[in-house]
Every structure is written in C-alpha cells, then in structure tokens.
Design a protein around this ligand. Structure first.
Ligand SMILES: [Zn+2]
Length: 383
C-alpha cells in the first residue's frame, strides 16, 4: 500500500521515497513507491506530472491500494528516489477543482441541482447539472462565489465516522462505502471528494462562469478559476480592444457598433439588389424582340443574377438566350434558356465542348464552363 503524501498535505512539491516495484508494461515502466506525492487521476482531477530521479512521469493511476507511476526508463527496486511534482500544473488543478466545488455548492444550496459531470480539460472546465439555470442566475452564482472567495475561508478536510456522516449534509456523486473524505468550505460547500484542493479560498483568486447551455436534462456550465480565468479575460479584453479600434467605438460600446454595422450592411444589400435588378431590366430591354440567339458576356454577375437576366430575356425574345459571366482565367457561369425550348441536347454538347457542368429544365439550364470567351463565341456561332 502506497503512503499517500498528497493527503498529508496537498502542498508537498518534492519528496523522498523507495522503489517497491518496477515492471515493464505496454505503457512503459510501471513504478510503485513506498510513498508518493503524485496525485493519481481520479474524482474528475487529472493526474500529476513531474519527475522521479529526473525521469519524466507520463501518467499516474490508482491500482488497488497502490499508486502507480509510468515512466519511459527503469528504476531499480530498492533504490532511494527523489520525486518532484510539476507544481504549476498541480496548483492549477487544485485551483480549478476548488473553484468548481464552490460553484457546484452554491448552485446546490440555491436550486438543489446536482453536479452530475465534471471535467477539467486542457482549456475549459465543465460542470453538468441535472437542472436548468439562466444566464442571469449564472451571474448571481458567480458574484456570490467570488464574494465568498475574497472572504478568504479555510478549507477543512474531515473523515467523519459513519454516525457523523449520517447527520452530515454533503454532496456526493455516488454511494460511498468505507472511509469517506469530506472537503468542507464552511458555509460554502461540503462535498465527498478524493481530490486535491487549496487551503484557503483566496488562492483561487476568482471564478469566471463563461457560458451555460442546455445539456441532456439540465445544463452544461463552462467555467475557469484563477490564472486560467485571468488569461481568458485578458485575451477577451485584447480582442475587444481591437474591435473597438476598428470601429472607433468605446470599449463598452462595441456590440452596439457591430449592430449598427450589420444594419448598414443589410441596407446596402437591399440597395445593391435593387440596383442589380434595375441593371438586369435595362440589359433585357436592350435585347428586346430578338428572334435569333442572344449571347451575352456580363462580367461580375453572381450566378443568381446570371439566372435572373436569362429569365428576363426569354420573356421578351423567342430566340435562345445565353448569359455568361466570368473571365478566361477562372471560367464562366452560365444560364442558357429559350421560352418553350428544349435545350437538353445543346447543353450536353456545350458542356462537352467547353469543359462545363450543369443542367436544369429542358427550357432553362444553369452551370459553369471552364473555357475561354473566344471558344464560347465559337461554339454558339450558327446555333
Ligand atoms: Zn474535490
């Protein structure tokens, strides 16, 4: 059985121990020490990383009563070793984990919802609840949690007797057997948990609840604590500053400025569409009453406008109307149409001759060709 130093104190960063066993496995060498400060993955908290005698620890897992460390190099059984925890990583995990306790605790106190899923990711921490809360309620929980953090409460670790446990109000994800470890933030949260936590709430710094979205029967909350929260906010502030400079808007008025921009954009689209429709009828009028084939190269038309012009032309002409838009380098979009005509064979022939693709109804085909304008003109000569 490994002596778990992380339960003596979550602040042990280095320790001396003796190698009890070292086996080669598919994952590398699997090392058991007589004691360890390496926290194994569990309770939603990822494992510690670091070194043993300078050798990198790649994974730490609980195996029965033992803690097993995986390394790429062998260490002899009986050897005295020195373990060093990657403290930056561990402290971050303690901070994220403790922040999550408080948020889950305050939500549970106010709404009675349970945390049914907890994940510390590389970037984001998520909490899944079995009930729904709104964005406004999320802000209230955030404010309450931060006020509590700044009051600098001390965390307590308790091992209550079964009788004491019966009387205790605490959160727990599963039915517990054997000795139960309780982590209590007085008047904040009481939770059965095997992870590592900060000693005082001020170490968390602050929490930021990023988002709340419907998830299964409840919601998923994204949150960050401490340095991760600070770095997220710093990035968001930088991003907002850029938007502010681009739109010449004050930093707290960027969304109103974007709204105005979107509105202007919408108005421009409406104006552009009217101008395009006007251009289409002017062009259509220019070719009015033609009984032979009309071939038009209209640069910078969208496929939709190519279609609209062809549709307008066949209302006024009995001949075949062929509208192209594009250039020799990138090819041309086309609409080929004739009122009551059957152009299937012609379109097929055109696609073959001009490396094209497309089709449609017998009287109206749309598509594109990968050809030069001179070749297009050549194809339609005598058609
Ligand atoms: Zn915990």
């Amino acid at each position: 059985m490994t002596e778990k130093l992380y339960y003596k104190s979550a602040y042990i960063k280095e320790f001396d121990a003796k190698v009890v066993s070292c086996e080669q496995t598919e994952k590398g060498f699997c090392i058991v020490l007589d004691k360890t400060a390496f926290y194994p993955e569990g309770g939603g908290q990822p494992c510690d990383l670091g070194t043993i005698n300078g050798i990198k620890v790649t994974d730490v897992q609980e195996k029965g009563e033992d803690v097993v460390h995986y390394t790429k190099e062998e260490i002899a059984v009986g050897e005295e070793v020195h373990g060093i925890i990657d403290w930056e990583r561990r402290f971050d995990l303690m901070v994220q984990h403790s922040g999550e306790h408080l948020v889950s605790g305050f939500i549970n106190r106010r709404f009675g919802y349970n945390n049914v899923g907890f994940h510390i990711g590389g970037e984001m921490i998520t909490i899944d609840l079995d009930g729904e809360i709104t964005k406004d309620e999320l802000r209230e929980i955030e404010a309450q949690t931060n006020d509590y953090i700044w009051e600098n409460h001390k965390a307590e670790i308790l091992y209550p007797s079964p009788e004491e446990l019966k009387e205790m109000q605490y959160r727990s994800k599963k039915e517990l057997t054997g000795e139960v470890r309780i982590v209590r933030f007085p008047n904040g949260d009481t939770c059965a948990c095997c992870g590592t936590h900060v000693e005082t709430t001020s170490e968390i710094g602050f929490v930021k609840l990023i988002s709340v979205q419907k998830f299964h029967e409840g919601v998923r909350i994204e949150m960050l604590s401490g340095k991760r929260a600070y770095e997220y906010i710093a990035k968001a502030v930088d991003e907002n500053s850029k938007i502010s400079a681009l739109l010449s808007a004050k930093v707290f008025e960027t969304s109103a400025a974007v709204e105005r921009l979107l509105d202007e954009n919408q108005q421009l689209k409406i104006k552009l569409s009217a101008a395009e429709n006007n251009a289409i009828s002017i062009i259509a009028d220019k070719y009015k009453g033609i009984e032979t084939t009309t071939l038009i190269n209209q640069p910078n038309f969208t496929p939709d406008n190519v279609r609209k012009l062809a549709a307008a032309l066949i209302e006024q002409n009995s001949g075949m109307c062929c509208v192209f838009s594009g250039d020799d380098e990138n090819g041309y979009k086309y609409a080929v149409a004739q009122k009551d005509g059957d152009l299937k064979a012609l379109v097929k022939e055109m696609n073959t001759a001009l490396s094209g693709r497309g089709g449609g109804k017998p009287f109206f085909a749309q598509g594109s060709v990968n050809a030069k304008w001179a070749d297009i003109e050549e194809f339609f000569k005598n058609k």
